[in-house]
Design a protein around this ligand. Structure first.
Ligand code: AHR
Length: 503
């Protein structure tokens, strides 16, 4: 057995736990919207056709913010198609996913869904096929109280009060050659700056996310952020980061260390933003919106869009099935996001339902939780107060992709009001148990509330519609606290949460 120590101290604060770290994403893609959140024939559907069981699990997942309507989809989207009487809305080709978009859900429906789910909407505007004018129209529709063309249309469509959406993404992955309306960094930077400047004239309270690279392996990664921010720095608040190349490709050890990659990614984007800040003599800082992240098996057949004359509505797409190791990685990626809470001010697990998702549905039928549901829900529920910078003393092992990697990775949060301290820990060893000691001398007299561990002798176990409860986080019976030290034995390939409070 390996041994590791984590030292926590109330003096070492990274920053607040931000609720927006626990965002998710609903795109018009595959079955995320249709037969996902929206399924009018479903027994739990409400008057808008929204599934009650999906709303319930969304709340249980602890999602804070939901990004909408895409994704690649948004770069060809005409938002006006999705408003007004549903029977009069056009059906359109969705070029991003080679599907047919029936436009039965649009901005008004989404806002009603978000209100019922208790989540903050985060909208994206189309800067692929469209530009400043259409972004302004959508903002006016959403945020202006009334008395103008667009705001009166919203009122006529049943929403007398403005939606007052704060978070807006200026397009999506505009660096990607797959993106409809793909642009060079300079072209996009100018467009983003002008769109942002005009949007602030309509509503000075918006928070704007400019597109960073669609992943850190793009040949333009770094240079893209530098050019775009050089153009748009003063007009935006966040730069986006997206990462999906976390998948088990036969090298479990490297896969379990995926958070090392996310750490480096965040730090590189922050460093680039700070370089632009220095060169431009700006005073404010740009934050990272990690608004698409997850494990995704992109080479599997279910990630391939239809082709030819086949333009289905809501095809089965990107319906990855997640196993225990995937959930351990997701838990560890949340550790990475939390420990960067000084720079990461928003994040979105992509996506929410059916499409690389923690929640799965049968059309008209049952609902079930994937393994990745659990670390997300527990982290969202128990991370409160401030994130602490912890000292981790752990054995390291060699990985093919990241070199030496600590077997034990952890972060802690401290809620000064309740006195609660929560440690989130991942054992990234494929073979060895880790005996974890938490040095609590900075928090004398704590007691254990509970310790939960997600692990399974077969880390390839996946939930199904028939069984999503055999492997869930369970009480870790080895956990105890004595003499200002907490202890727990963590099995290989595991994710744990240890909750402590004042005795
Ligand atoms: O989430 C799936 C897709 O991944 C999104 O549409 C796109 O933004 C990203 O490449």
């Amino acid at each position: 057995m390996l041994s590791a120590t984590v030292t926590v101290d109330p003096a070492f604060v990274v920053g607040p736990v931000r609720r927006r770290t626990f965002g998710s994403f609903v795109e018009h893609l595959g079955r995320c919207v249709y037969t996902g959140i929206h399924d009018p024939g479903h027994p739990t559907a409400d008057s808008d056709g929204f599934r009650g069981d999906v709303l319930e699990l969304t709340r249980e997942l602890g999602v804070s913010t939901v990004r909408y309507p895409g994704g690649n989809f948004v770069s060809g989207y005409r938002w006006e198609d999705g408003i007004g009487p549903a029977e009069q809305r056009p059906r359109r080709l969705d070029l991003a996913w080679h599907s047919t978009e029936p436009n039965q859900v649009g901005v008004d429906e989404f806002m009603r869904w978000a209100a019922r789910a208790g989540v903050e909407p985060m909208m994206a505007v189309n800067l692929g096929t469209r530009g400043v004018a259409e972004a302004l129209d959508l903002l006016e529709y959403c945020n202006v109280p009334g008395g103008t063309e667009m705001s009166e249309r919203r009122r006529a469509n049943g929403a007398p009060e403005p939606y007052r959406v704060t978070m807006w993404c200026l397009g999506n992955e505009m660096d990607g050659p797959w993106q409809i309306g793909h642009k060079t960094a300079h072209e996009y930077g100018r467009l983003a700056a002008e769109t942002a400047r005009a949007m602030r004239m309509v509503d000075p309270d918006v928070e704007l996310v400019v597109c960073g690279s669609s992943n850190s392996r793009m040949p333009t990664f770094g240079a893209w952020e530098h050019t775009v921010l050089t153009e748009a720095y003063e007009h935006v608040d966040h730069v986006s980061a997206h990462a999906y190349y976390y998948e088990e490709d036969g090298d479990l050890s490297s896969f379990l260390a995926s958070a090392v990659d996310m750490d480096r990614f965040i730090e590189s984007v922050a460093a680039t933003a700070d370089a632009v800040r220095a060169a431009g003599k700006h005073t404010k800082r740009i934050h990272v919106s990690f608004d698409e992240w997850n494990v995704w098996y992109q080479q599997r057949a279910e990630s391939r869009p239809p082709s030819g004359d086949d333009w289905p509505v809501a095809p089965v797409l990107l319906e990855d099935r997640y196993n225990v190791a995937d959930a351990v990685v997701v838990g560890n990626l949340l550790v990475s996001l939390l420990r960067h809470t000084d720079r990461v001010h928003a994040a979105s697990l992509a996506q929410l339902v059916n499409v690389i998702a923690p929640i799965m549905t049968e059309p008209g039928g049952r609902i079930w939780k994937q393994t990745i549901f659990h670390p997300f829900a527990l982290t969202s529920r128990f991370a409160r107060g401030e994130v602490l910078r912890v000292a981790v003393d752990s054995p390291v092992h060699d990985t093919a992709k990241f070199g030496d990697v600590a077997a034990l990775d952890a972060v802690a949060t401290h809620d000064a009001e309740t006195g609660d301290v929560v440690v989130f820990a991942t054992n990234r060893s494929v073979t060895d148990e880790v005996a974890l000691d938490v040095d609590l001398r900075g928090f004398p007299g704590m007691r254990l509330v509970e310790a939960l561990t997600l692990a399974n002798p077969d880390h390839t176990w996946s939930a199904t519609v028939d069984d999503d409860t055999s492997v869930v986080p369970r009480t870790n019976a080895s956990a105890k606290v004595a003499d200002d030290r907490a202890h727990a034995d963590l099995p290989p390939v595991s994710w744990s949460v240890m909750r402590l409070t004042r005795a």
